[in-house]
Design a protein around this ligand. Structure first.
Ligand code: HSE
Length: 430
């Protein structure tokens, strides 16, 4: 092979323009690391007039023609969304080109078919930037940790929600106020649904679980709850027991009598302030991995933004370019374990519950009986009195999530319970 490796860039938004800047500004360095010069063949955008900084001869609105051009070797897809990204990726594979993508929604939706198409074509599909921005986590799962048995991944993989929850903890603000501040400062999008309702984190959880457990997991398999129902009371109650509230993406291998399964969920939860994830503040991301031989590992860094995300894209680009040089794709993704996905109702969790109750004989016994009726064991109970009223704070042991939520429904119906003021799952408490 002679001449430079040519890269087609699909999309030139925040991430694409940062990728282009580095590709053009550090072409010599990147070429030296690859072992062959690298250059941009073209940049596909919807509205060329919106990109005055991109040399006009590189711009095109015909992305399909660009990815299938004979002189293009590698494709970087940073358009996002399902279509046309999926069709363009498939066209790239069919034309024998490796793809680097930052597209979590597409990979979480259709990762199995895309990997199959890449494998059939004998090319690479890498997407480090799709999960936790700059943080190297997918390659560690695909390569460094592939000899180990992973039991659990717990991630803070959405910076917007982590910023909001961090501000709620720092200021005592409610969700609405903290969201307004995040929007004002540019940490939340004008339409924050994907972040706040956990869709973004669920897509990332699906990708993490698929790689960690060698099992196809799609976004539809992930139990998802967002943070809009987290109240200032929840955050205050967490602080009272030495915890903080985080939106967690939890991927775990759950042993069972009829074989192991995987449980993948995204929801707010209290974690002890001593847990390494508790100190991940603001818009930062972190992924905590538990593996049989390696033990506990934590990966921390910037989960969003043009430059940090471009770092991950360019790392993948160098990797797939090197493979192109050797003439063989790198290690693919395996789904051989094909473990069943355990429904949330059957997934073991722990709850922290705060109740306003009448302070009279028999109330605590009646409340405890509701837990017992649903076969939920109580770990701790704390009561504070206020005249004829009291607050009961209960932390359970682990039980199937359905049993815990049925207990809460029953408590809401009890005459002695004046209000269920806070319900959150807890993770990592001993
Ligand atoms: N919107 C995401 C976040 C970044 O807030 O972390 C891109 O995945």
């Amino acid at each position: 092979m002679t001449g430079p490796l040519k890269v087609a860039l699909l999309g030139c938004g925040t991430v694409g323009s940062a990728v282009l800047r580095v590709l053009q500004g550090q072409a010599d360095e990147l070429g030296a690391r690859i072992g062959r010069p690298v250059e941009v063949a073209g940049v596909a955008v919807r509205r060329p007039a919106h990109h005055p900084d991109v040399p006009a001869h590189l711009l095109t609105t015909d992305a399909h023609a660009l990815v299938t051009r004979d002189d293009v070797d590698l494709v970087v897809e940073v358009i996002g969304g399902i279509e046309p990204a999926r069709s363009l990726m498939l066209a790239a594979f069919e034309a024998g080109k490796s793809v680097v993508s930052a597209n979590k929604a597409l990979l979480a939706d259709d990762g199995v078919a895309l990997h199959a198409a890449a494998a059939k074509a004998g090319v690479d599909l890498h997407y480090e930037a799709a999960v936790a921005g700059a943080i190297p986590i997918l390659r560690p799962l695909r390569e460094s940790l592939v000899g180990d048995q992973l039991s659990r991944i717990v991630g803070i993989v959405n910076g917007t929600t982590n910023y909001i929850l961090s501000r709620m903890a720092e200021t005592g603000a409610g969700f609405g106020e903290a969201l307004a501040e995040a929007t004002e400062l540019g940490y939340a999008e004008a339409d924050p649904t994907a972040d706040v309702d956990g869709f973004d984190a669920a897509a990332k959880a699906a990708i993490l679980a698929s790689l960690a457990f060698h099992t196809p997991v799609s976004a539809a398999d992930v139990h998802r709850e967002g943070i809009s129902t987290v109240t200032a009371t929840d955050v205050a109650r967490a602080a009272e027991i030495g915890c903080t509230v985080k939106l967690l993406a939890i991927c775990e291998r759950v042993p069972g009598e009829d074989g192991d399964s995987v449980a993948v969920r995204v929801h707010p939860a209290m974690i002890p302030t001593s847990h390494p994830l508790a100190s991940v503040g603001g818009a930062f991301n972190a992924v905590f991995v538990e593996a049989e031989a390696a033990g506990q590992l934590m990966f921390y860094g910037q989960g969003a933004g043009g430059e940090p995300t471009a770092s991950a894209v360019l790392g993948d680009l160098v990797a797939v370019a090197r493979n192109r040089m050797t003439g063989a794709p790198g290690p693919g993704v395996t789904g051989y374990a094909n473990l069943a996905v355990r429904p949330m109702a059957e997934t073991p969790t722990r709850y922290h519950v705060s109740l306003d109750v009448a302070d009279k004989p028999g109330v605590l016994a009646a409340v405890a009986q509701e837990f017992a009726t649903h076969d939920v064991s109580i770990s701790t109970v704390r009561q504070t009195g206020r005249g004829d009223a009291a607050t009961l704070v209960i932390v359970t042991h682990s039980a199937p999530d359905a049993a815990l939520s049925a207990t809460i429904s029953a408590l809401r119906e009890m005459p002695a319970v004046r209000g269920v003021t806070s319900v959150l799952r807890v993770e990592g408490l001993s």
